[in-house]
Design a protein around this ligand. Structure first.
Ligand SMILES: C[S@@+](CC[C@H](N)C(=O)[O-])C[C@H]1O[C@@H](n2cnc3c(N)ncnc32)[C@H](O)[C@@H]1O
Length: 209
């Protein structure tokens, strides 16, 4: 269940932070690659919705909370969007059924991101694509130490968000490889969430275009 704090304090702040122009640019570039059967995991306030191409076979959003944020309905505009309750770590989706899986700024707050990525690998078709944008652990020692030190407090106020996750390693462990160079490596958020991992990922190099 969404707490009062999450609904009235954290979500409005997050919504504002995640719609700054650089993040919007990143969303536009990333989501232009969505095709076919599309599932977005952790839709939040629906900030990706205006950026999807018009011609998709089907668009679904999975959210772990019982209630979807009202902004989702406004941002869907007139487009058909199916809302499904579920957890990224245990997706209520058939294996090898999805062409495009979208996950933006979600894995920082998932309890076990490796389990979520294994689920993404399970539900994607062999030629499917994961469109991902996440803030991750900095490769720079000093920044990494600061992220590690800040995470316990940050997690507390930011509804479980961790600043120090090594998601590149988790992606590789789940069998994902970058389809092309990352869509954007430029920071789109300020420190301590400035290190970005973003792009289109497929399952295994051999099957990539
Ligand atoms: C920071 S918000 C990002 C929202 C949106 N993806 C965006 O790019 O603006 C994180 C979202 O991840 C969702 N989330 C966190 N853990 C999840 C989980 N285990 N399964 C599904 N959604 C989850 C939260 O409910 C929240 O909506």
């Amino acid at each position: 269940m969404t707490s009062w704090y999450e609904q009235h304090v954290f979500n409005p702040l997050m919504d504002r932070a995640l719609r700054r122009p650089r993040v919007e640019e990143l969303r536009r570039a990333l989501l232009s690659r969505a095709r076919g059967e599309v599932v977005e995991v952790g839709i939040g306030t629906g900030l990706n919705l205006p950026h999807y191409p018009a011609q998709l076979r089907r668009l679904r959003a999975v959210q772990r909370e019982e209630q979807f944020d009202p902004r989702v309905f406004a941002r869907a505009g007139g487009r058909e969007l199916e809302l499904v309750r579920g957890d990224a770590q245990d997706l209520p989706l058939a294996s090898s059924s999805i062409d495009t899986l979208v996950c933006t700024f979600v894995l920082c707050s998932v309890d076990d991101p490796r389990r979520a990525l294994a689920e993404f690998a399970r539900v994607l078709r062999p030629d499917g694509v994961l469109l991902l944008a996440e803030h991750v652990r900095s490769p720079r020692r000093f920044e990494q130490a600061a992220q590690r030190a800040l995470t316990p407090l940050h997690r507390h106020w930011a509804c479980g968000c961790r600043l120090d996750r090594d998601l590149a390693r988790s992606l590789a462990a789940a069998g994902f490889a970058s389809r092309r160079p990352a869509a954007a490596a430029q920071p789109v958020l300020p420190f301590p969430a400035s290190e970005l991992l973003a792009g289109a990922f497929g399952l295994g190099r051999d099957r990539l275009a």
